[in-house]
Design a protein around this ligand. Structure first.
Ligand SMILES: Nc1ncnc2c1ncn2[C@@H]1O[C@H](COP(=O)(O)OP(=O)(O)OP(=O)(O)O)[C@@H](O)[C@H]1O
Ligand SMILES: [Mg+2]
Length: 388
């Protein structure tokens, strides 16, 4: 979609444009969503393939018995018009499943709009989701369609639904009950026909108990829910997924056939995959970049050391937290790192980001810094794209 548009948040831009979510929208409809008078960043929409960091699965791999059972459940739920709640750790394939639900429903061919609820500031979220009229607030120079209206006739995917502020949860519940949205500053509601698929990587029950998530909304969403098992819980998928990513990335890189050798296969099967399918995808992509010849070997696979990290924590049990931090720092001082300070800062942010399941808002909260700081750091270390 090579056009210029003014966008509210680049997260949303990436999510929706790189992956062609807007297939169902014309340029005019798109422009009406992103009015040019908005005073936000002006972005030139990039070529989707070149910027997309992970591949859009064209084939889906479901081989483990647990995945086959999940697939059967998706097939059962998808044709109904029930709202769906997808629960799964980071990188387990929630968005892919949401798209699959859409594709197996009568809404296929209509818009699939993916929105990351954690990507908005609290003040923007309402007008982003439900739209606003001209003059609804300072800076609202023109009326704007919200994501719900953009998804009309199709499916809206609300990722990280647990991040929605309580005030918006009330409004969302109303939209689901009444099947209409009221734009900010509007008197009249607009009828909409949208199926909601929501996803969370945290246990929403706990958020309900803690008073961060409305119980009535939780029950409404939970009617049809899909629990996505972690990759370590469906080991039968590991090698088929690895083969699949090898064939996708080698094609992209212009390589010939590449074989995974037996030692490398054993290593893949033994790993705990804390980052699930996304981690496997990245590991294979990286391995292909460094492997020699047409064989992917054990040493080409650089797998995360989250398990080692846990182990070393246990080894230091008995010492206070600050003792083990000091110990780790001493080791780093001895190792002599050229840009030590930067390395430590990067590690803190990256580890917190992993700990928060790649949620920038929660990472910022955990570290007690602003989201902008987290985001800038993640961009600098290449953990996220500047556009994301
Ligand atoms: N069953 C599958 N077959 C093939 N590829 C898959 C499958 N499930 C997930 N993937 C791929 O793994 C990657 C991660 O999937 P996805 O983005 O859907 O996960 P997620 O749960 O939404 O992650 P996050 O919590 O980080 O948002 C994507 O590149 C996706 O295409
Ligand atoms: Mg996701």
């Amino acid at each position: 979609m090579g056009t210029e548009a003014t966008v509210p948040d680049a997260d949303i831009l990436l999510m929706n444009l790189l992956d062609n979510d807007y297939m169902g929208l014309t340029h005019r409809e798109f422009d009406s969503i992103y009015s040019k008078e908005d005073d936000m960043n002006l972005l030139t929409l990039p070529n989707s393939q070149s910027l997309s960091t992970s591949i859009r699965a064209t084939a889906q791999v479901f081989e483990d018995p647990k995945s086959l059972a999940l697939l059967a459940r998706i097939q059962q739920i998808a044709p109904s018009d029930a709202n769906v709640l997808i629960i799964g750790e980071t990188g387990t394939g929630k968005e892919l499943i949401a798209r699959h639900v859409h594709d197996l429903s009568h809404r296929k061919g209509k818009p699939f709009v993916a929105v990351n609820c954690g990507a908005f500031s609290e003040t923007l979220v309402e007008s982003e989701l439900f739209g606003h009229e001209k003059g609804a607030f300072t800076g609202a120079f023109s009326a704007k369609t919200g994501w719900f209206e953009a998804a009309n006739g199709g499916t809206i995917f609300l990722d990280e639904i647990g991040d929605l502020p309580l005030s918006i949860q009330v409004k969302l519940l109303r939209v689901l009950q009444e099947r209409e949205v009221v734009r900010l500053g509007a008197r009249k509601p607009t009828p909409i026909d949208v199926r909601l698929v929501a996803a969370t990587n945290v246990r929403l029950e706990e958020a309900v108990l803690a008073g961060h998530f409305r119980e009535d909304l939780f029950y409404r969403l939970r009617v049809a829910h899909l629990e996505i098992p972690t990759l370590r819980d469906r080991p039968g998928d590991i090698l088929p997924l690895a083969q699949y990513f090898v064939s996708e990335y080698r094609r992209r890189l212009g390589y010939g056939e590449v074989e995974i050798d037996e030692d490398a296969k054993r290593k893949l099967l033994a790993h705990a995959w804390p980052g699930n399918i996304r981690e496997l995808e990245n590991a294979i992509h990286h391995a292909l970049l460094i492997c020699k010849g047409n064989r992917l070997r054990n040493e080409d696979l650089q797998l995360s050391s989250m398990q080692l990290f846990h182990r070393s924590r246990h080894e230091h049990d008995g010492h206070g937290g600050s003792d083990s931090l000091q110990h780790a720092l001493h080791q780093l001082f001895e190792a002599g790192h050229e840009t030590l300070y930067e390395h430590i800062e990067d590690t803190v942010v990256r580890t917190a980001y992993h700990y928060c399941h790649n949620n920038q808002v929660q990472t910022a909260r955990l570290l007690g810094v602003s989201r902008n700081i987290v985001r800038a750091r993640l961009i600098k270390m290449g953990a996220i794209s500047a556009l994301k």
